[in-house]
Design a protein around this ligand. Structure first.
Ligand code: C5P
Length: 214
């Protein structure tokens, strides 16, 4: 099968040296790519800026901004994929305008006007002739199940993997994670704390099982 996995944060420029971003390390997405390769699948990995090495064998595309990631994802979807895992922590907002010159400290910067980035998962155009299994991720700090179910529907996912970011020992930048998986049929499954590599193997197995049943 052909997997398309996105990973890491995006960076949204304020001026030539400053940007908005988030704490995503890319570890979960890279672990998913590694697990799919390990299971013998083809993997296209679209990654924001991270400090970790890509798994050998992945077809890597590096991007910086949410717009670049959206373009790279659409191009890959168009060339055909069976499982699309949107694990990247795309910046939700970007500055309305990017200053061409570095903003001087003496000039001050009292405010930055922000506009939402495009929601890649919710708006990517899917092929009509091929069913793509769609997997989203969500980091939640409250009402995990309710928010996860709403995102599953709004973003057309078959599976949404939610993590509770109020836990300091799991999630962003950690080597471990704990997830609750929400499925399109309304069922859910808790994956207790484990390494991101172990969780990634389970998620890949689950994706393949669903994809093969369809
Ligand atoms: O809405 P929220 O950011 O919590 O949703 C998370 C899911 O949506 C993740 O799978 C993330 O990769 C995706 N997303 C996206 N484009 C955005 C923001 C989030 O594809 N602009």
């Amino acid at each position: 099968m052909k997997f398309l996995v996105t990973a890491g944060p995006t960076r949204e420029a304020i001026d030539p040296v400053r940007f908005l971003s988030n704490r995503s390390s890319g570890k979960m997405g890279y672990a998913l790519a590694a697990a799919a390769l390990e299971a013998g699948h083809e993997v296209a990995l679209i990654s924001g800026p991270v400090c970790i090495a890509p798994p050998p064998g992945a077809d890597l595309t590096r991007v910086t901004t949410a717009d670049e990631m959206a373009h790279a994802v659409q191009t890959r979807i168009n060339t055909g994929c069976d499982v699309f895992i949107m694990c990247a922590a795309v910046a939700d907002f970007k500055p309305r305008e990017v200053r061409a010159a570095k903003i001087k400290k003496s000039e001050g910067l009292a405010r930055i006007d922000l506009v939402p980035t495009r929601d890649i998962l919710a708006t990517v155009a899917l092929p009509r002739d091929r069913r793509v299994l769609i997997v989203g991720f969500a980091a939640e700090s409250e009402s995990l199940a309710e928010n996860a179910r709403a995102k599953l529907r709004a973003k057309r996912c078959d599976l949404l993997c939610a993590n509770d970011i109020t836990r300091m020992d799991t999630g962003f930048d950690a080597d471990h994670n704990e997830l609750t998986l929400f499925f399109r049929d309304g069922s859910q499954r808790h994956l207790p704390r484990a390494t991101k590599a172990e969780l990634a193997r389970l998620i890949v197995e689950i994706c393949i099982a669903i994809a093969e049943k369809r």
